[in-house]
Design a protein around this ligand. Structure first.
Ligand SMILES: [Zn+2]
Length: 283
C-alpha cells in the first residue's frame, strides 16, 4: 500500500511562512491499494490538492472509483469535501463510510455544510458523481477497494471519532486522528485496533504541557501517541494533526521529543516519522 499525506493540520488550516515544511492544510490522507484502488482518509482541506492530482487519471474521465473513510464530521475533516473535484465528474463513483446512527444522518451532516447558507455551488445530491453513504458498524470488518477495514470509536468531543485499520496483503495501516484518551490511558479497544500495525498514523496535536492545558479539546499529546505505539507494538508511528499554532520548528521539536520518548521506553525499533504534506510512504 502506498500512502500519501495531503493535510496534517488539526482544527483549522494554517497556511503561512511558519508552516511551509509540514503544511497548513487540514486532515487528508490517500492510500493506494496493491490492486490500484484508492481509499481517502478524511476530507479536510488537503482533499483539494488530492482531487486535482487525480484528474489526469480515470477520475478526470469519469471512470474513477474510491472509498472515502471519514473519522468524524468536525470541520477540519470534511471541509475539503465540496472542493474535491472528482466528485463533480459524472461517471465517478464514491462510497463514503463514516460514523453516525444511520446512513441518512451522515448524509444530512455532509449535506448540511453544503446548504446554500454556507456553500454557493451545489448540493451533495447533484455534484455529478455517484455517491453512496454508509454508516459503519463498529468492530465489524467491511470491504473497501479490496481491503479489509475495521473501525473503532476513540474518545473525542461529545460524539467521538472513528479510527480505521486497513488491511491488505498481510500489511496493516491504522489511521487514528483526533483521540483524547482519559487519564487512565487509551482503552483496550483502541490498542487492539492498532496492534502490530505496520504503520500507525496517530493524533499528535500537542506537547504534553499543551494537552494538559486543553483537556476538553479531546486531542492527544506526543506522549499519548508514543504510548499507543509502544503498547500496540507497531512498526512505524506517523505523527499527525498538529495544532494550528505550531510552527515547523515546533513540529520538529515534537518529533524529536517523540523519538526520545520511544528510546526511553525501550522501543528504539519503532520508526517515527513526522507527517508532512506531500509525504509518501510505502507499506
Ligand atoms: Zn480534527
Amino acid at each position: 500500500m502506498e500512502l500519501t499525506i495531503w493535510g496534517v493540520r488539526g482544527s483549522i488550516p494554517a497556511p503561512g511562512p511558519a508552516t511551509v515544511r509540514y503544511g497548513g492544510n487540514t486532515s487528508c490522507v490517500s492510500l493506494r491499494t496493491p490492486q490500484g484502488g484508492l481509499i481517502v482518509l478524511d476530507c479536510g482541506t488537503g482533499a483539494r490538492n488530492l482531487g486535482m492530482s487525480l484528474m489526469d487519471g480515470p477520475f478526470g474521465r469519469g471512470r474513477g472509483e474510491a472509498g472515502i473513510l471519514l473519522s468524524h464530521a468536525h470541520w477540519d475533516h470534511i471541509q475539503g469535501f465540496p472542493f474535491f473535484i472528482p466528485l463533480y465528474v459524472p461517471g465517478n463513483g464514491f462510497t463514503i463510510f463514516g460514523g453516525g446512527k444511520s446512513s441518512s444522518m451522515l448524509e444530512g451532516i455532509l449535506e448540511g455544510q453544503m446548504a446554500p447558507q454556507y456553500f454557493p455551488v451545489q448540493t451533495l445530491k447533484n455534484m455529478g458523481a455517484t455517491i453512496e453513504i454508509v454508516a459503519v458498524a463498529e468492530g465489524t470488518p467491511f470491504a473497501v477497494q479490496g481491503c479489509r477495514v475495521t473501525a473503532r470509536t476513540n474518545p473525542h468531543g461529545r460524539s467521538g471519532a472513528l479510527a480505521f485499520r486497513i488491511e491488505s496483503g498481510g500489511k496493516a495501516v491504522v489511521y487514528a486522528s483526533d483521540a483524547g484518551y482519559p487519564a487512565s490511558g487509551p482503552p483496550a479497544s483502541s490498542i487492539d485496533l492498532y496492534r502490530g500495525a505496520d504503520l500507525l498514523i496517530h493524533d499528535s496535536t500537542y506537547t504534553p504541557e499543551d494537552r494538559g492545558r486543553y483537556p476538553e479539546r479531546g486531542f492527544s499529546s506526543i506522549e499519548d501517541a508514543v504510548l499507543c505505539a509502544v503498547r500496540a507494538q507497531v512498526k512505524k508511528l506517523v505523527l499527525f494533526h498538529y495544532d494550528q499554532d505550531y510552527s515547523d520548528a515546533d513540529v520538529d521539536a515534537l518529533a524529536a521529543r517523540g523519538r526520545r520518548l520511544l528510546d526511553a521506553q525501550g522501543a528504539p525499533d519503532i520508526d517515527l516519522v513526522a507527517g508532512a504534506e506531500g509525504l509518501s510512504l510505502t507499506v
